[in-house]
Design a protein around this ligand. Structure first.
Ligand SMILES: Nc1nc2c(ncn2[C@@H]2O[C@H](COP(=O)(O)OP(=O)(O)OP(=O)(O)O)[C@@H](O)[C@H]2O)c(=O)[nH]1
Ligand SMILES: [Mg+2]
Length: 201
C-alpha cells in the first residue's frame, strides 16, 4: 500500500490567534515552554505542515517576533476578542481556505492537520467551514474556513456580533470528524498545564 501522506491541492493559509489575555493562566500562555519550545511557536510549526503562509494575530507583535518561525506574518490586533481577530486576519488572506488555530493547543500535530486538508477538496461551494464538533457546539479555533466568509462575518461583527457559536449557527458548516479528540485540548489554566505535563512525563 502507498504510505505517502495525502497533501491537499487546495490553496491554504493559516491564522493563529494570539491576542488573548491569558487571565485564567495568570501569565502569557503563548510563551509557556513545552519541551523547551514556546506554545505559540509549536502551533505555528504544526501549521507549517499545511502551509508556509502563516498570520499570527496579536496585540504583542514585538514580544512574539522572536518566538514565531521565520517568515510568519504578525498582524496587529485591536483586541476585541477572537472573532474580530479572525476577521482582521482574514483581510490578509489570499488563498481559498484558511486554517484557524488558537495558540493554546499543546497537543496539536502537524501530520494530523495535514491529513485533514485532504477533505477540503470535497466540500461543496456553499459550505463555509470544516470544523470539529463537540457537545458544546462547533470547535471554531481548530479548523478550516473559506476566505469568502469574510464579507458575511464582517456584517455580523458590524451588527455587534462577537460570538463564533452565534455566527456559525447561521452558516453552513461541515463536521470534521476526528479519530482522536485529544488534539483539541486547550491549556487555559495552571491545572490544565499541570495535567498536560503529567501526561507527557
Ligand atoms: N487576536 C486575538 N486573539 C484572541 C483574543 N482573545 C482571545 N484570543 C485568542 O483566542 C484563543 C482562545 O482564547 P482563550 O483560550 O479564551 O484565551 P484567553 O482569552 O487568552 O484566556 P482567558 O483570559 O483566560 O479567557 C487564544 O489563542 C487567544 O490568544 C483577541 O482579542 N484577539
Ligand atoms: Mg483556550
Amino acid at each position: 500500500m502507498d504510505s505517502t501522506p495525502t497533501i491537499s491541492q487546495v490553496s491554504l493559509s493559516a491564522i493563529v490567534l494570539a491576542g488573548g489575555q491569558s487571565t485564567r493562566m495568570g501569565r502569557d500562555k503563548a510563551l509557556i515552554k513545552i519541551s523547551g519550545v514556546p506554545l505559540l511557536r509549536r502551533v505555528c510549526e504544526a501549521a507549517l505542515h499545511c502551509t508556509n503562509q502563516i498570520y499570527v494575530v496579536t496585540a504583542w507583535s514585538d514580544r512574539y517576533r522572536a518566538v514565531v518561525p521565520p517568515h510568519c506574518h504578525l498582524i496587529v490586533d485591536i483586541q476585541q476578542g477572537p472573532l474580530v481577530g479572525f476577521a482582521q486576519g482574514l483581510t490578509y488572506i489570499q488563498t481559498d481556505w484558511v486554517l484557524l488555530l488558537a495558540c493554546d493547543l499543546p497537543r496539536l500535530r502537524g501530520e494530523t492537520l495535514q491529513s485533514w486538508t485532504a477533505e477540503l477538496e470535497t466540500i461543496s461551494p456553499d459550505t463555509i467551514a470544516l470544523l470539529p464538533h463537540s457537545q458544546k457546539g462547533w470547535e471554531p479555533l481548530c479548523g478550516f474556513y473559506r476566505r469568502q466568509c469574510l464579507s458575511e462575518l464582517q456584517q455580523f461583527i458590524d451588527q455587534g456580533g462577537r460570538s463564533f457559536q452565534s455566527w456559525l449557527a447561521n452558516q453552513q458548516v461541515q463536521e470534521l470528524r476526528l479519530e482522536n479528540r485529544e488534539i483539541l485540548f486547550n491549556c487555559n489554566t495552571p491545572q490544565d498545564l499541570e495535567d498536560f505535563s503529567r501526561d507527557n512525563r
